[in-house]
Every structure is written in C-alpha cells, then in structure tokens.
Unconditional design. Sequence first.
Length: 436
Amino acid sequence: MIMQGGIKMSKKKTTVAIAKEAEIQDSVTKVFDLLGGVEKMLKPNATIVLKPNAGHAAGPETSVCTNPEVIRAVIHEVRKANPKKIIIAESAAIGCDTIECFKLSGIGKVALEEGVELIDIKREKDLITLPVRNNKSNISSVRIPRFLLEADHIINLPILKAHASMVFSCALKNIKGTVQDKVHIEMHKQNLAMAMMDVWYAVRADINIVDCIRPAGGYGPHTPVPLEVGCILGSYDPVAVDMIACDVIGLDTDKVDYFKVAAEAGFGTIDRNDIEVVGKQVKDVYKKLWIPYIGGMQKWPEYNILSDNACSSCQAMLALNMETLKAIGEYDKNAGKTVVIGRKDSIPEGIPKEKLILHGNCTRKWKDRGLFIEGCPPGETSMYMTIKEEIVVDGRGDQVETLIRPGQKADQPAWKKYVFEQAEKFYAEHKNDQGE
Ligand code: SF4
C-alpha cells in the first residue's frame, strides 16, 4: 500500500497467468484471456513477430526448442485480433543453421501449414544499428533487423529448459536469439547476463508466453531430460514470468544471478509481493525438475575446486564439466588437479601449470600460472577438455574441427547414458516432491 495525498492506494501488481487445460490450444487461449484478452492486447491490423526458441537443430520430443503446437496455438489466438501479418523469426545458436533448426523442431512445418512467414534473422541484410544507453556489458550498440524494430508487437515464445551457461533458459534468455552471430559471439566474450540485458534494451518483447508443457531438465540445452508439466505461463513482464516458471519447477531463484541483473536493469520485478499469479497457482502445477547445474559445489572432493565468488553461470559449467569427466572415465585419471572459478585475491602457489585450470575471465589475473580459459562463462566443453588434454581448449585456431567436435562426438554416447541414469536416480529420490 502506498500513500498519495493522504489517500491509500494499492500498487498495481505484475500479473503472471498460468493455465493447464487438457489441450494446448485451450491453455494458450486461457493465458491470453487471463492477461486481458488478445483483442485488447494487440493493436488491430498489426504486424506481429513470434520469437520462439528454435536455437538448436533438435526434434520436438527433446524439448530443446519451443513446442511447435504451442506456436500453432499462439498463431490461432493472435489471428482473433485481425493482424496484418504474422512472422516467426529466429537467429539460432552460434554454429547452428536457423533453417535447419526450424525444420527439425517442427516449427517450419507449422509455419507452412498456418501460412505464416518464417525469417532467419542470421540471413537478414536490412539491419539498423541501435546504441545501447547505459550498457551493462561492453556492447554499446547492436545491429537489429529492421522488420523487428518496425513490428507492432514482439511475442516472446520461450520453452523453459535447463541451460549450461545460464542455469536455465526462459523468457529473458530467449531474446538473445534476435541478434546475428557477430553480436552473439561478442556476448559470449564478456558477462553474458549483462550482455543479454543490453540486447533486451534494444529488442523488447511486449508479451511473453512460456512453453512449460514438457520443460527440459538435465544438462540442457544439449542433453535435455524433459518432464511432463503441461502448463503455459504468460506475462507482460519477462522477469516475473521467469521467476514464477522457476517456482513451478522448484528451481531456487536466489541461486540464479541474472534475476538481480534484470531487475536492476528495469526489465521487470523479482519481488514476489509485487507479482499476482492468476489462473492456476504454482502449487496446482508444481513438478520438481532435475536441474543439476547449481548447489553442492563440494561434489567433487577428488579435485581442488576453488569456487568462491563464482556466479551461477560458472558454477553450472563446473557441474557440467566435472560430471562429463565422470561419464567418460576421465575423472579419476585427473584427480588432484585444481580448478579455479570466480574472482580471487590469491590462489595457491606451486601448482604445475598443466594441473591448474583457470576457468573464465574472473581468473585472468593468474593466466600465466595455469591453463587459462577465456570467456564469461567460457564455452560449454572447454573445462573438461582442458583438464583431459592438458592444453587450453577454447576453440581457437582449428580446435573446433580437430579437437572439440570429434571429442564431443566420441564422448556423446557415454555422456547420454550417464545423464539418463542420473535423471532416473533423481526422480526416484524425489518421487514425493512432484506436486499434488
Ligand atoms: S567468468 Fe564466470 S564467475 Fe566470472 S563473471 Fe563470468 S561467468 Fe561469472
């Protein structure tokens, strides 16, 4: 309650809608209705861009990309507002072909069946350079396709999933897929959370509809383990919707650093007192999802892990890479090595260079004393490959072709088997924590 001129006034809360109906279409319609009704939310005769997550070439059964049936349901809903044009647009992850991603995810087929235009942002030539005011990262401007800036509405359509470099991916992270590879690569060279906020500054989605039908836990985005949850969430506020989506799957938001960054940047609220959940409540749809990226940094006692002050992104990378070493039979062989993540005032003396892994830009100060891997956070497989090979594996030179891709391919079967065994164990242990 706030006082204005002696009159008590209630501060307007941010609305997050949750729907869980038998059909995806009914859930999507319900969410739009709970947010005010699609005809009121969208201008008539508008150009509407739908931004799904189609960042990797993977089928709908993997939950790596937004469920194509969620996209179809949103198209049907949006059509009630008589738009001039509906576009589905994406710029897939670095090294991924967006058209291939549209095809394998099933999103291309939905676009064709519904008569909706598909745009690969990576191939767009008509770009506008936008300065980023008060930039949080080193990104002072971003080049954005003209059609995105001229659209009347951008509807953000993320899927909720575990993500190695950010712990989880949902509404906030999905907007990263509106820039071309050049900006994308720049973003990965510095603090990714801050860089994401700078992209949000340039590209603001006005509505966020979250696919939480089968969110992907596990070691997403590359080794996902989906879980049936069956709901859709929606909000005008990308921060609030991400917070509530995390509540739905039992992910502790206090352990994910970029919520604070997003709230400070003014993109939404992280204060649950300011969020009103309408429709279903969290307890009605709650399911504990296995996201093994944070918590328990002492899980690898055979190594000397110095992880104080590390943010959640580097913690997630640590979990991913240490577990990969276990899966491929390299963990015991390399026991005793020291891994440093996060900013430090000092590190132990006398460690042989090849046994000291300095992971991430926070450790740059000590770069001459060990194997320093650049990035904030560095690439997803850099740490375990560096430990295994005893040279810095960061993708420079021809490493991607000669070392990283062949290594990943060889390690994949053992890794997948290991992840699914761990998932089974987790869900057996948490069978009484799967909601009502
Ligand atoms: S290097 Fe790692 S710990 Fe340091 S800010 Fe970047 S992601 Fe966080």
